[in-house]
Design a protein around this ligand. Structure first.
Ligand code: SAM
Length: 344
């Protein structure tokens, strides 16, 4: 196992059968070892600095019905909300004062493209120096182009799984893996710094599925990689499914860090929700980004993708001091720069 891990470190890839061994036979000692190597690689690229992104959850209305997601269309038990342009701008002003230089606008999928284009233009005009990241799901090519022209720089769209059969177990027939992959190809071609990724331990996920995901991501070479555990939401068809495992998430974070030394990899809110020290463990496994919540406090609980989603304390933009203290304990500091992808 050690020699496999060392070769992954040296050569940034392995054969599918070797990934299978790594994913199925990694014990606690091996995990500590790969986490330590991934941490070294992250240090070589970013030092002990962690980039922060201000996450603005712009709305929880969604036309999709993903079986895993708490804001899916068929969940009639949540209160729906939608932030208007002025409210999003107010969040950015607050974030800018706190020192954020990247804003991430994330939300359910809606036909609100014109409002988003206006909002991105306004943010770009008022804050020429920030990075604007969008995470608004699948759109037509022309819409992505207009988002980019309006001033958006980055786009996050997890592919969720690269396997057709697994994709079908997670999504209804109205959605398709081919469209999701078309979107990711578009985003890259248009010039967005593009992020993709998966939920670790999503229902019915197999080791072979994970290998396909690793190889797809290796081929895509995204600038950002979002890896977090699946967590059940009580009002979805997957309410009774088990959460993804902490160790498997930490292993995958380290694998991706060894394969993509310069990628921007968040230690996700889902990981911080799964385990009290999840955020720190993610960083110690090679992650280099955290995304504190900058949404209006009264709306936060409505963006409930999964149960008990953390949005306060060190997960909140107003908790930056607490985050700073917690990072200090593990030897890291917050970097308030834009934190663009830098391949050298
Ligand atoms: N609609 C956009 C999209 O599909 O990319 C953005 C919003 S979507 C809620 C953002 C991400 O939340 C998804 O890519 C998914 O991986 C994650 N997510 C949704 N439900 C989840 C769950 N139950 N556990 C963990 N992550 C979840």
């Amino acid at each position: 196992m050690r020699s496999l891990i060392e070769r992954l470190h040296r050569e940034h890839t392995l054969a599918p059968d070797e990934f299978r061994i790594l994913l199925s036979q990694c014990n606690d000692k091996d995990l500590s070892y790969i986490n330590a190597l991934a941490r070294e690689v992250s240090h070589a690229s970013f030092g002990n600095r962690i980039f922060i992104r201000g996450l603005i959850e712009v709305g929880n209305r969604c036309k999709n019905d993903c079986y895993y997601c708490g804001i899916r269309r068929s969940n009639h038990l949540i209160e729906r909300y939608h932030l208007d342009e002025e409210t999003i701008l107010a969040c950015c002003r607050h974030g800018y004062e706190l020192g954020f230089r990247t804003f991430v606008l994330q939300g359910g999928e809606m036909n609100d493209d014109e409002m988003i284009i206006r909002t991105v233009s306004s943010i770009r005009k008022e804050f020429p120096d920030v990075a604007i990241t969008l995470s608004l799901g699948e759109k037509e090519t022309s819409v992505y182009e207009r988002f980019f022209q309006a001033g958006a720089n980055r786009y996050l769209l997890r592919h969720e799984t690269h396997n057709e059969l697994h994709y079908r177990k997670l999504h209804p027939e109205t959605m398709s893996l081919s469209n999701r992959l078309r979107c990711l190809a578009d985003l890259k071609r248009i010039g967005f710094q593009t992020g993709t990724g998966i939920m670790v331990g999503s229902p019915y996920q197999t080791i072979d599925n994970l290998i396909e995901d690793i190889l797809y991501i290796e081929n895509l070479q995204p600038e950002m990689i979002g890896i977090g555990p699946f967590l059940p939401h009580h009002d979805t068809p997957f309410a009774m499914m088990p959460s993804g495992s902490l160790n498997q998430t930490l292993l995958l974070l380290s694998i991706f860090r060894l394969m993509h030394p310069h990628a921007l990899i968040p230690s996700t809110t889902a990981l911080a929700t799964l385990s009290p020290e999840g955020r720190e463990k993610g960083i110690l496994a090679g992650a280099n980004v955290v995304m504190p919540n900058l949404s209006p406090v009264i709306q936060r609980s409505k963006y409930s993708l999964y149960d008990n989603k953390a949005s306060l304390g060190a997960e909140a933009a107003e908790g930056l001091l607490l985050l700073e203290q917690r990072l200090k304990v593990i030897g890291y500091v917050i970097d308030k720069g834009r934190g663009d992808y830098n391949a050298y």
